[in-house]
Design a protein around this ligand. Structure first.
Ligand code: CYC
Length: 184
């Protein structure tokens, strides 16, 4: 598993080059924006239950066959496995966001996942849809663009210092896209 720092060292070493210029500039912004990053991780982890259950519910509403006999969220054992998988994926995304590097997500979660899903008959298109809904919710919470209309009774705005979080929103979004890419 790598993070923003170890990634810089590994790639500089591969080129037998010193760490300099643009690498140092990007580490500087990683350090400078450290508190924003921690807030972004908190926006995901402290709303994980809501993000996961809402995404799996949305996926099922769009495809109710999933909870009927023969569907992959039927019976409750499979429904539980599906919710658990959503939670696992979101947890590894939160680790990647904390580290500023996708390797923990790749190595410990996505490696072999598509093959596992195909072997078990888990519909990867539906799984990708659930991840896409998690992306919408998580990025709205990080960027504070969620609205009472989309949040309904569970509407919540994170209490953080106001500032520009667009880089973290797109970085977090890229980890969700990575999951979708890996299972599609
Ligand atoms: C460390 C990382 C890690 C991951 C990622 C992981 C995934 C994972 N998901 C599994 C099953 C499963 N995953 C799902 C998920 C779904 N079904 C649907 O219809 C939806 C599309 C989707 C939820 C969004 C289901 C239903 C099963 C059980 C399938 C079965 O046993 O028939 C299994 C098979 C073993 C088990 O049932 O526990 C693994 C290994 N396990 C891990 O340890």
């Amino acid at each position: 598993m790598l993070d923003a720092f170890s990634r810089t060292v590994v790639s500089a070493d591969a080129k037998t080059a010193p760490v300099g210029g643009s690498e140092l500039a990007s580490l500087r912004s990683y350090v400078q924006d450290g508190n924003k990053r921690l807030d972004a991780v908190n926006a995901i982890t402290s709303n994980a239950y809501c993000i996961v259950s809402d995404a799996v519910t949305g996926m099922i509403c769009e495809n109710t066959g999933l909870i009927q006999a023969g569907g992959n969220c039927y019976p409750t054992r499979r429904m539980a496995a599906c919710l658990r998988d959503g939670e696992i994926v979101l947890r590894y995304i939160s680790y990647a966001l904390l580290a500023g590097d996708a390797s923990v997500l790749d190595d410990r979660c996505l490696n072999g996942l598509k093959e596992t899903y195909i072997a078990l008959g888990v519909p990867t298109q539906s799984a990708a849809r659930a991840v896409a809904i998690m992306k919408s919710a998580a990025t709205a919470l990080i960027g504070q663009t969620n609205t009472p209309a989309s949040g309904g009774a569970k509407y919540r705005k994170m209490e953080t210092t106001q500032g520009d979080c667009s880089a973290l929103v797109s970085e977090a979004g890229s980890y969700f896209d990575r999951v979708i890419g890996a299972i599609s």
